[in-house]
Ligand binder design. Structure first.
Ligand code: C2G
Length: 131
């Protein structure tokens, strides 16, 4: 059983998120997602449109996601990798190199981001189309 782990806010879930989750899941047999809590989003300087419970509900409905855990801080990744016996840590390559410290504990893979879509772009496009 090869266990994969990734983290994110996953606000207003779009195909770029799904493509990341699909590729992450296909690297192993089980995917855990560390979902940023609303409080941690504030630390990240992000204001999610959808609250944690609703973002969790959506993620748990995705066929590629096997488990969702809360991401409460920047410091929990090593303990999560150990606690959940993770073999592969995956992030989009906008984070390239940022989590290489995890290479002491598991494989670290940065996957190319899906171009042309982002939650920020969706919000912007919708607000400008509404005048
Ligand atoms: N992503 C992607 N393509 C996009 C948008 C996002 O591949 N067009 C990926 C990101 O690279 C990330 C994941 O989808 O791996 C989740 O994206 P966000 O919700 O924006 O995550 P972020 O706020 O970057 O949080 O500790 C890590 C942080 O929690 C990451």
């Amino acid at each position: 059983m090869k266990r994969v782990l990734t983290y994110g806010t996953f606000d207003i879930l779009h195909w770029g998120h799904v493509h990341l989750l699909k590729r992450a899941r296909e690297l192993g047999d089980h995917l855990t997602v560390g979902l940023s809590t609303d409080e941690f989003n504030k630390l990240k300087g992000k204001e999610a449109y959808t609250n944690y419970d609703h973002r969790k509900l959506v993620l748990e409905s995705i066929r590629y996601v096997d488990r969702v855990i809360p991401e409460r801080n920047w410091e929990q990744k090593i303990s999560d990798v150990l606690e959940y016996d993770i073999d592969i840590f995956v992030m989009g390559d906008d984070w390239e190199g940022k989590f290489d410290f995890l290479k002491d504990y598991c494989q670290v893979i940065y996957l190319p981001r899906t171009l042309g879509v982002s939650t920020t772009k969706i919000k912007h496009d919708l607000s400008s189309s509404n005048g």
